[in-house]
Design a binder for this molecule. Structure first.
Ligand code: PLP
Length: 394
């Protein structure tokens, strides 16, 4: 089934990939809300555990509904295998901890989602893993940081919240010279705009909580890569430590995938219009949007991404007081730290998602007190622009 869809368009893959119908021939995917499975005989049970006959054993290892989600994601991402997880952070942890051991070294940009930075900066060193944090936009710093002990590279592009772009192909080439695996957190780009594996990365992770669900309903995540890494490294860690995705959430995420391309393309189109409107509006000091020519890495963004982004970062003219006053004047757009939702959501990163980051690092990353991150939803474009422009006017 999956094979037949390899050359199909994104929407076809996102709607039909991995579909397995039960004996009832239901149209929509069935939800298998069961933890365990039964065997016809003791011999069959014994054989299943020896891997001599195919079938499910226990939903911590694998479940029919979760498998459809994994298959569909593999198809979209061009990956050979994957493991779904209970959240995006479980996926980040799984991708890193399953392959690292004391003495290994990891390189990552400082511009990371707060919890990703916490795992890399705070947790990995407790297990004897060396960590070097760099400016991900500077290829010289990557070159200097990667060494013979480097086992994994972890990066986000575009990054949260300042939408910095990392050159995935160039970093992958450097990493592969020393045999290191490149893990890309592709949440901000989505599979619609960027295919990290095609660019040379080895592993892709998602918080499916964001655009894949896209409707604020559930948490989920996934790690995708080649068969060998997933089955030999990721799968045993996943099976024995249990960050498994609930079958109900897998089903919800499958429903989300069906509209992923429509939603992301529409949200990106609206985000582009909002970025332009904000750039022209009084009261805005700066707009950061990968789809605009004034983005510091506009050429690189065009080269490795098919579209801009569903997120727009911008700075209010003024300090925190003016920025809070602007936020509090918004009537339609919600103040929330989530993203990728059909509802437009706006965040003040320095006091929320990045409040645990040191002042020095925030200054270095440009996470200023007047910076806002807008996740553009599916509302009528003019209504969103009106809300922003009215709130800017005061
Ligand atoms: C939200 C997010 C995560 C974490 O995902 P959860 O599903 O909330 O655990 C990781 N990386 C990025 C870039 C995110 O935006």
């Amino acid at each position: 089934m999956t094979k037949d869809l390899k050359d199909k368009g994104l929407a076809t893959q996102a709607i039909r990939g991995g579909l397995v119908r039960s004996g009832f021939k239901e149209t929509s995917e069935a939800i298998f809300l069961n933890s365990g499975f039964v065997y016809d005989s003791a011999e069959e049970a014994a054989g299943r555990f020896l891997g001599e006959n195919d079938g499910y054993i226990y939903s911590r290892y694998a479940n029919p509904t979760t498998s459809v989600f994994e298959e569909r994601m593999c198809l979209l991402e061009g990956a050979e295998a994957s493991r779904a997880t209970s959240s995006g952070m479980a996926a980040v942890n799984l991708a890193l901890m399953s392959q690292l051991a004391a003495g290994d070294h990891v390189v990552a940009p400082k511009a990371l989602f707060g919890s990703c930075l916490y795992i890399i900066e705070q947790i990995l060193p407790r297990f004897g893993v060396g960590v070097t944090l760099i400016d991900g936009t500077d290829l010289d710093q990557w070159k200097e940081a990667i060494n013979s002990k480097t086992k994994a590279i972890f990066l986000e592009s575009p990054s949260n919240p300042t939408l910095e772009i990392v050159d995935i192909a160039a970093v992958s080439e450097m990493a592969h010279k020393v045999g290191a695996r490149v893990i890309v957190d592709n949440v901000f780009a989505t599979t619609i705009h960027q295919k990290p594996l095609e660019l040379g990365a080895d592993v892709v992770i998602y918080s499916a909580t964001k655009h894949i669900d896209g409707q604020g309903r559930c948490l989920g995540g996934i790690v995708l890569s080649d068969e060998e890494f997933i089955e030999e490294v990721v799968a045993p860690y996943h099976k024995h430590t249990g960050p498994s995705l609930s079958p109900f959430n897998a089903w919800t995420l499958l429903k989300g995938l069906e509209t992923l391309e429509l939603r992301v393309n529409k949200q990106t189109e609206t985000a582009g219009k909002i970025a332009d409107a904000l750039a022209d509006a009084a009261g805005v000091a700066r707009v950061i949007y990968p789809g605009r020519d004034d983005h510091p890495q506009a050429a690189l963004a065009k080269q490795q991404m098919k579209g801009g982004s569903t997120l727009v970062a911008f700075e209010i003219a003024g300090g925190q007081a003016e920025t809070f006053a602007f936020l509090n004047r918004l009537e339609l757009i919600d103040i929330s730290n989530n993203l990728g939702d059909s509802k437009s959501l706006i965040t003040h990163p320095t006091t929320t998602t990045h409040s645990s980051v040191s002042d020095e690092l925030k200054a270095e990353l440009g996470i200023n007190e007047n910076l806002l991150r807008l996740s553009v939803g599916l509302e009528t474009t003019d209504d969103l622009i009106d809300d922003l422009v009215s709130a800017l006017r005061g």
